[in-house]
Ligand binder design. Structure first.
Ligand SMILES: Cc1cc2nc3c(=O)[nH]c(=O)nc-3n(C[C@H](O)[C@H](O)[C@H](O)COP(=O)(O)O)c2cc1C
Length: 224
């Protein structure tokens, strides 16, 4: 098939308007229960769940369909330990001096600090890399486009798929993240963008009330 050939787009179900309204409401009700979790159980989770969620993320819209992402899944206790030590070092510097007063003030209601035990407790740490270069096929070094946007959308879909499977996630962004290339054996033209901590929440996990306060529709949308 030539690249410019087309296929009929017939995979969307033809719901009634009422069904569409009901389904969109049901989806909202399900996704609004997602919370960033900072207390994880060490209970195992089937690898197939993570694989399926990554496959879902891999269907995300992206620049020129180059799919400029890589998901490095850390399961090894040894690597988690190294990641935690490096991330906590960066975080200590952030909380002690590097973070601006305004930033630290914004984080205060979330109760976060430099201690990140979940980086060792959770069964999976998915390090998400954006590929500045790549193209569609293995071994290519073409320019990639809209890498940040594409990886952001794919990560949103990854988080949504994991939530739908009943798993908790934490989007963690140690700063700087350069050490993650070496840890995950990724080339220098890839940029670590996020660490997604994945697993079951601890039995006594709590979430900050602050995080449940979401802007209403009229504050986040306008209709023209
Ligand atoms: C790009 C990004 C980076 C984040 N980095 C951290 C982080 O380093 N540590 C942390 O505890 N939470 C982090 N978060 C989670 C946010 O604090 C959280 O999403 C926000 O407070 C809203 O809460 P909710 O996810 O429960 O709705 C991050 C979220 C995003 C999207």
């Amino acid at each position: 098939m030539k690249p410019h050939d087309n296929l009929p787009y017939s995979q969307l179900p033809d719901y009634s308007d009422a069904e569409r309204v009901a389904r969109s409401r049901a989806f909202y009700e399900a996704i609004r229960t997602r919370r960033t979790c900072r207390y994880f159980s060490n209970e195992a989770v089937p690898r197939a769940v993570i694989e399926n969620a990554i496959l879902a993320a891999g269907t995300a819209p992206n620049g020129a369909n180059h799919q400029p992402w890589h998901f490095a899944v850390i399961e090894s206790a040894e690597k988690k330990k190294v990641l935690r030590a490096a991330a906590e070092e960066e975080e200590r510097a952030f909380y002690q001096s590097k973070g601006s007063e305004e930033w630290l003030e914004a984080l205060a209601p979330l109760g976060t600090d430099a201690d990140k035990p979940f980086l060792e407790t959770a069964p999976y740490l998915i390090v998400i890399f954006g590929q500045r270069k790549g193209g569609m096929n293995p071994g290519e070094t073409k320019q990639n486009y809209y890498v940040n946007e594409s990886v952001g959308i794919a990560t949103g879909m990854l988080i949504t798929a994991l939530h739908d499977a009943g798993l908790a996630t934490l989007t963690h962004t140690p700063n700087p993240m350069k050490f993650l290339n070496q840890l995950c054996d990724r080339p220098h033209h890839e940029k670590a963008m996020m660490v997604l901590v994945v697993g079951k929440p601890a039995a006594d996990a709590t979430v900050p009330v602050h995080a449940t306060n979401k802007k209403p529709l009229d504050a986040i949308s306008s209709w023209l």
